[in-house]
Write a protein that binds this ligand. Structure first.
Ligand code: ZN
Length: 133
């Protein structure tokens, strides 16, 4: 793992959250992107070497909508940057982590992403992400 690439935060209203995080960080988000396959609209803020990713559901059956229904708004996942997502996935499987998607998916912000089940990591959904070249 290279660094914490971003922290994903589930929000009900991305416009309202953008405004709050702008106040918190002291600057604007740098992009907004919808990933239809995941049913989310995302907004990214930089913070040093890492980022904050705000996530709003685009439909009722979105994983983000379900998360908010169960647990309310808040931290949804931690994403780690990796150089070789398939090698890391295999390493973590061998360590006993449960991989949610065997095939890396195209995520927001030009990344391949693989998720690990929160039960493997004390309640935290883990995302591995690799820059798409
Ligand atoms: Zn993420």
């Amino acid at each position: 793992m290279n660094k914490i690439e971003h922290i994903g935060i589930a929000v009900k209203d991305i416009e309202a959250a953008n405004s709050v995080y702008k106040s918190l960080l002291g600057y604007e988000h740098y992009k907004t992107e919808t990933v239809e396959g995941e049913g989310v609209t995302t907004s990214f803020f930089t913070c040093g070497e890492s980022k904050i990713e705000l996530l709003e559901a685009t439909r009722e059956d979105s994983p983000i909508a379900k998360f908010i229904e169960k647990r309310g708004e808040g931290i949804h996942h931690i994403a780690f940057a990796v150089d070789d997502i398939n090698a890391e996935k295999e390493r973590l499987k061998a360590e006993g982590f449960v991989v949610l998607n065997e095939e890396p998916k195209r995520g927001a912000d030009n990344k391949w992403v693989v998720f690990l089940h929160p039960k493997s990591s004390h309640g935290v959904l883990v995302e591995l992400c690799q820059e798409i070249n």
